[in-house]
Ligand binder design. Sequence first.
Ligand code: NDP
Length: 320
Amino acid sequence: MLSSLALSLRLGVSAAGRRSIATVVSGSKTSRLVRDRLKQEVDQMKNLFSGFRPALVVLQVGDRDDSNLYISSKLKAAAEIGIDARHVRLPRSATQDEVLRSIMAVNEDSSVHGLIVQLPLDSAHPMDSELVTNAVSPEKDVDGLSCINAGKLSRGDLGSCFIPCTPNGCMELIRQTGVSVAGKHAVVIGRSKIVGAPMHDLLLWSHATVTTCHSKTPDLPQQVGRADILVVGAGRAEMVRGEWLKEGGVVIDCGINYVTDERRPSGKRVVGDVHYASANQRAGFITPVPGGVGPMTVAMLMENTVQSAQRFLLRDQART
Ligand code: NDP
């Protein structure tokens, strides 16, 4: 006989007795598929080009705990795929000129195909992070944060730029739902360089009609209620409520927020920008937090690095 929990799961009924409607779009599963495919592509490259491997440099200034954690997950993913990932660490005492010189050295190193500067910069000196990200050669800018890559993306020149990893991961998750973007009304909450602005561009050039909201947007619930596809990157814990959503829409939650939870040994837990329990009752598809957009960001960094190495090989062949 089925337990009541198993029966509830089969019928799609939550523990609170309400029916859960949304299909969960798993970033953990999708990122695994992407990483398996990339591993095959890297193996092929190694076989065809006598041991050639894509190489990625992660440049870190300082020693922030959160940055250390993000970097270790990037290095681990790279190692699994067969990417040669190198961690270059500069101390907090490094000056902006020293950081720029390190970037130039990697730009000129033809054995490296991808370079990311881990943000935020944890330096004892004033740093212009815009200047630093723009110092990365556009051909190696696998985070897609330089003005050149952002400009290409905003003009719809998607084939020749690097697309920022988080929005690229969101697009992959939207593809997983099988919902076509063309002709839909998409709403993006947030306009940052890393998430919101490139997300707007990607949805636009995938032929959605896009509304981008920010902290000065009046009546956010009304905007959200028009979204066939909603992507949220606001950094506000559980801000978007289920009641705001258009029924059956796609909800992609980029948020990573830590809230107090005294039941956990750590005293905290991670939640998204969307109130999952209520959104799950109304959306057609929803990404969980954790296990949604987060794992996709790392997978897309690997994708960009492999793509950069492939472009490098093509340029190399064209020269010879
Ligand atoms: P930013 O703080 O740079 O940008 C937040 C954006 O949200 C801004 O454009 C801001 O508007 C807007 N915003 C803030 N509050 C509101 C509000 N009440 N109503 C409407 N808009 C609002 O954050 P990021 O873009 O870097 O990150 C966004 C979220 O995504 C964070 O939770 C972050 O942790 C997460 N993230 C997750 C990643 C992943 O791998 N999963 C990667 C990167 C980020 P305004 O411009 O007017 O200030």
